[in-house]
Design a protein around this ligand. Structure first.
Ligand code: MG
Length: 630
């Protein structure tokens, strides 16, 4: 059965909820982990019926452990154990048993003995019409990689004995993948895929806790799948992920993330043209992602005095109120090409969002070259699309729902598409307004840790973003991780930020807003120094930066003392890369919720991560001071 598959071990919850989540995400094949069966309150035949009803084929039972090359009595016990597994497989209607290479310290280092054990196991299975798949674990006592496992399978030479190829074990020890393509396809029993971050840690710990879906880590999973299919193998390609965060999340979401990740794999592999049969798997024919030319607007949901306060902050940053919506309590603040929409409606989506999250970014709009195609792609990948309530004569702006209920509106980047501003809004002054801010550089999205990979896969698979390597810094109350997703043309950049620790600035944001969302909007300006001087005179308060920071800058860089003093007096932060310089500043946060950054890039390509700890400490200090007063 040539199909995408997923192992039940990837998901948290009961076996019933796992199977229904897996079927709902579009899978037709599943690997059953024996633990799930052990904890199931029913007979194996009930599981078989449940899978049948959901249209799921159980492609393997996992795992049999510590089998080959055992001495004396342990060896005999293993064969008895295997017969009991075969009984179970009969009841389940499962044909393939996955056997992991032996990790017992008692295992004998004798290939001939190990191969003879595999041969006998295969013969016993064969007598009952069953098959055995043998998999090298990277931490096996003697068999640690697929080449060694293949040697044993060849020695054993049984028609119903094949190899299980797992991308994690195949890649984690740095072994070459290309020679895998020379294996005979009919000797591959199962292909399992997992990604993992490039962390330098013990392979067992990395496998048990940090496996992730393809595209979420650093392993060459696409090349692995291509090599496996080059053998002629056309069986299930199955996700096998051990990840504590996945098991702690909703099984429906994780199953959907898994399918999205696999479909994105199929799409990438199909593009290479090297593996035509990939076209038979879901994902190979996804509508292409759109080109995003810019963030057309950012929309805040708010109400009452909070909305007035937000408008005042934005006016201090140089924005002007230019238009009022024709039928809604919605205003447009603009500066050059940057549009901020403030929504004070008392019903509808923005108001519901406000009731749950308070004053916050409820939507972003991307200007794209193909709206319908973007919606088709989102629908194909199981995303929810949305069409809001509109007034007579107003434009319909479709949207894709983000992970935590926020919306991403899609606007055609044609003059006709962008004409929605004039159709929906009454302009009180010229639509062309200048100011020091010239664009949105990035929007930082603070996310709950269990949802991090969901956001990552949403942006990458659904919207066609790419990601850049993760940055890790110390937070005064824990740790802070950031991984940026961006459009290939870099018109939209969204660092996804996660923290560990209950009192981190990010954790406080998640508490304050009851969930994930945009915590920071970074605007770009060609002249930060004059911007800050003007904004300070307009009453904008920026995050206070300690003098020690500037003493440290002086020690690290050969900076002009006058420039350094100017930065110190204005509270501007500085970073330097091999290519250029970076100047930036942060506003005080809005009710401990979100804040604005204004930055000036001088041939500098990064995000000033070196200054993130300074910012986090300063924000924590400001918050603590406010809480002490209130
Ligand atoms: Mg495996």
């Amino acid at each position: 059965m040539f199909a995408w598959s997923i192992a039940t071990v990837c998901l948290g919850g009961t076996l019933e909820s796992k199977l229904s989540a897996i079927a709902k995400a579009g899978f037709r094949a599943v690997e059953l982990f024996e633990n799930d069966l052990t904890f199931f309150n029913g007979r194996p035949s009930d599981v078989r019926r449940m899978a049948d009803d959901l249209g799921l084929s159980i492609v393997a039972l996992q795992p049999m452990r510590d089998f080959e090359g055992m001495p004396g009595a342990a060896r005999l016990r293993n064969f008895e154990r295997a017969e009991r597994k075969f009984d179970l497989m009969d009841e389940l209607g499962v044909n393939l048993l996955c056997l992991c290479s032996n990790v017992s310290p008692e295992a004998i280092n004798d290939d001939r003995q190990a191969a003879a054990d595999l041969a006998e196991l295969a013969d016993r299975a064969g007598a009952r019409g069953l098959r055995i798949g043998y998999e090298a674990l990277a931490w096996g006592t003697h068999i640690k990689d697929w080449m060694q496992a293949w040697h044993l399978v060849e020695l054993a030479d049984r028609p119903n004995l094949g190899l299980v190829l797992d991308s994690f074990h195949a890649c984690v020890r740095g072994n070459p993948i290309a020679p895998m393509a020379d294996l005979p396809g009919d000797k591959i029993a199962l292909v399992q895929v997992a990604d993992a971050p490039g962390l330098l840690m013990d392979a067992l710990a990395l496998s048990r806790h940090h496996r992730c879906f393809p595209g979420q880590g650093d392993l060459p999973v696409d090349a692995f799948i291509e090599a496996c299919l080059a053998t002629g193998y056309r069986g299930p390609v199955s996700l096998e992920i051990f990840n504590d965060q996945f098991r702690g999340a909703l099984p429906g979401q994780i199953a959907l993330d898994g399918m999205r990740a696999l479909e994105a794999c199929a799409e990438r592999i199909a593009k290479t043209g090297r593996t035509p049969d990939i076209e038979r798997l879901p994902g190979a024919h996804l509508p292409a992602p759109s080109t995003v030319s810019k963030v057309e607007f950012v929309e805040f949901a708010t109400a009452g005095p909070e909305g007035d306060k937000l408008e005042a902050v934005l006016r201090g940053l140089g924005f002007q109120k230019v238009a009022q919506h024709r039928s809604k309590e919605v205003v447009l603040l603009r500066q050059n090409g940057v549009n901020i929409v403030i929504n004070r409606e008392r019903d509808g989506f923005a108001h519901s969002f406000y009731l749950v999250h308070g004053t916050s970014v409820c939507a972003m709009a991307f200007a794209v070259d193909h709206v319908d195609r973007t919606l088709d792609r989102a629908n194909a990948l199981g995303a929810t699309t949305y069409h809001g309530r509109i007034g007579a004569g107003e434009a319909t702006i479709p949207a894709v729902r983000g992970v935590e209920g926020s919306l991403i509106y899609l606007i055609s980047d044609t003059p006709e598409g962008l004409g929605f501003w004039e159709r929906d809004f009454v302009f009180e002054q010229s639509a062309q307004v200048g100011g020091p801010i010239t664009g949105i550089d990035h929007l930082s999205n603070t996310v709950r840790r269990p949802e991090f990979f969901t956001w990552l896969t949403f942006y990458k698979a659904v919207l066609g973003f790419e990601d850049v390597p993760q940055v890790e810094v110390a937070d005064p109350y824990g740790a802070f991780y950031s991984r940026c997703v961006r459009t290939p043309n870099r018109s939209v950049q969204i660092p996804l930020n996660v923290s560990d620790g209950g009192a981190t600035v990010l954790a406080r944001f998640l508490d304050a807003t009851s969930g994930s969302g945009v915590q920071q909007i970074a605007f770009e300006t060609p002249d930060l120094f004059s911007f800050v001087e003007k904004a300070r005179s307009e009453g904008v308060t920026f995050l206070p930066i300690p003098d020690n920071y500037y003493a440290d800058l002086a020690a690290r860089y050969d900076l002009d003392p006058a420039l350094l003093e100017q930065m110190r007096s204005l509270g501007i932060l500085y970073d330097r890369s091999a290519t250029g310089e970076f100047f930036h500043i942060y506003t005080e946060s809005f009710d401990d919720r979100f804040f604005f950054e204004v930055l000036e890039r001088r041939d500098y390509d990064l995000f000033g991560a070196a200054n993130t700890p300074v910012r986090l400490v300063a924000q924590a200090r400001s918050q603590d001071a406010r809480r002490a007063i209130s």
